[in-house]
Design a protein around this ligand. Structure first.
Ligand code: GP9
Ligand code: MN
Length: 423
């Protein structure tokens, strides 16, 4: 009911983290190029396999090249919806559901999404680019609900057999063929490129493999390094192409890993890879995924702030000089002094700079030592439960229907069409 909305709105307003003055509006009117690194975990950054860097290009970015800011304590917060949950969090500031995927079951809801806000407040044209067909994961329906202007799906790409592996289009042709599509957008634009090759089962033909497989004997883990390297090379070429096309200079570039690629079923092999036993505490640490942001005019470097996918929307809004406060969303700006460093996992587990909680067992985040609960940690757990519960209620009760925001026009899904005119 609208009373529920009022309660939740009071909560999001009270939790609002006010923008950092140094960065508020620093990217106003700039393009945003958002790059989704499929199944990419942060342990790959600076990891050496047989003395060789796996992802040399991403490593250079993580070290501050191209003025990138690298968040090395950033976590995915996805549930069963995986990719779709990551997309949902980044574009709405709402958590995925405890079961199933909101992209499938809540694709008729009302949303007040990042692409729509950017469009209305700053004139951004929004686009998603991805090498699978549009109905996969119900994207075509959900994207209309999110107000995404253009959806360049597989029908816009060369999907010939030599161009595809795992779930769809290979990353190299994907990024290469995406350049003219980006150039066709009105500026400023908000473009979301979703990579695909680094996806389970991480197959890659010998013609594309430029690093040896690992040798743990676990196929999934052993393959993972080859597809991660392939993605790294695709990305390096994409940066070069963005520069050559003139799109690079005036764009915010944001890169993120959507979720883990290696599940707990592979703990034995992962222990060998990381040289440490995969305890529940260690497994929680392994849910780090990279977040890198390059903002023209902002100096790069490593930022150790704890945060997660839910925080990206508020961060991007503030960089554009749009106050996140009126929106019912559950993240806080990563650059804000008041940013909340409690990272809620979808399971109700959590991680903070001091504590890691898994299945009700409390650990010291730094050392992994088991700790006794305190008043403080009970309070953190309550906050985590509250946040997830409120977010779920927004989705289950479709509460944003009742949420009027001054100056924000509700999204009209029938205004959006994704047919490829050339097909
Ligand atoms: C589907 C792709 C993968 O197009 O984005 O989804 P996932 O299996 O990672 O949820
Ligand atoms: Mn995914």
């Amino acid at each position: 009911s609208s009373d529920d909305l009022t309660e939740i709105e009071n909560y999001t307003v009270s939790r609002f983290a006010k923008p950092n003055e140094d960065y508020f509006g620093i990217a106003e009117g700039k393009n945003i190029i958002k790059i989704h690194l499929e199944s990419f975990q942060s342990f790959l950054i600076d990891y050496e396999l047989n003395g060789e860097e796996v992802t040399p290009f991403l490593n250079s970015l993580a070290a501050g090249a191209e003025d990138m800011t690298y968040f090395d304590n950033f976590f995915h917060q996805t549930g069963q919806g995986k990719t779709a949950d990551a997309e949902l969090m980044l574009d709405t500031g709402l958590f995925g559901l405890p079961q199933g995927s909101a992209f499938v079951t809540k694709a008729q809801n009302t949303y007040q999404s990042l692409p729509a806000i950017l469009n209305q407040e700053r004139g951004h044209e929004s686009a998603v680019l991805h090498g699978d067909y549009k109905s996969f994961w119900n994207r075509d329906t959900m994207y209309k609900q999110l107000g995404i202007d253009q959806f360049f799906d597989a029908s816009y790409y060369d999907m010939s057999e030599e161009n595809t592996v795992n779930l769809g289009l290979k990353d190299k042709p994907f990024f290469e063929e995406s350049i003219p599509m980006l150039q066709s957008l009105e500026t400023p634009f908000y473009a979301h490129l979703i990579s695909l090759t680094n996806h389970y089962p991480f197959n890659l033909g010998p013609e594309d493999a430029t690093i040896e497989r690992a040798t743990t004997g676990d196929n999934t883990v052993d393959n993972y390094f080859q597809t991660a390297r392939y993605l790294d090379e695709a990305l390096e070429q994409f940066f070069a192409d963005l520069k050559a096309s003139g799109l690079y200079e005036d764009s915010v570039i944001m890169i993120y890993g959507d979720h883990n690629g290696i599940s707990e079923n592979h703990n034995r092999a992962m222990a060998e890879i990381l040289g440490t036993e995969i305890t529940p505490h260690q497994n929680a640490q392994n849910q780090r995924v990279p977040l890198l942001i390059r903002v023209p005019g902002m100096e790069g470097g490593v930022n150790h702030t704890y945060g997660g996918e839910i925080d990206v929307m508020a961060t991007l809004l503030h960089l554009q000089g749009i106050n996140a406060k009126p929106y019912v969303q559950f993240g806080t700006d990563l650059f804000s002094e008041e940013h909340d460093e409690i990272v809620s996992f979808r399971s109700g587990d959590y991680i903070t700079p001091a504590y890691t909680s898994v299945n009700g067992v409390l650990y010291d985040t730094e050392t992994g030592e088991i700790l006794e609960p305190t008043e403080k940690t009970t309070e953190i757990q309550e906050k985590v439960d509250q946040q997830l519960d409120y977010s779920d209620r927004v989705l289950y009760e479709d509460l944003l229907r009742f949420h009027a925001i001054d100056g924000f026009e509700p999204i009209e899904p029938t205004d959006y069409h994704y047919g490829n005119p050339n097909k």
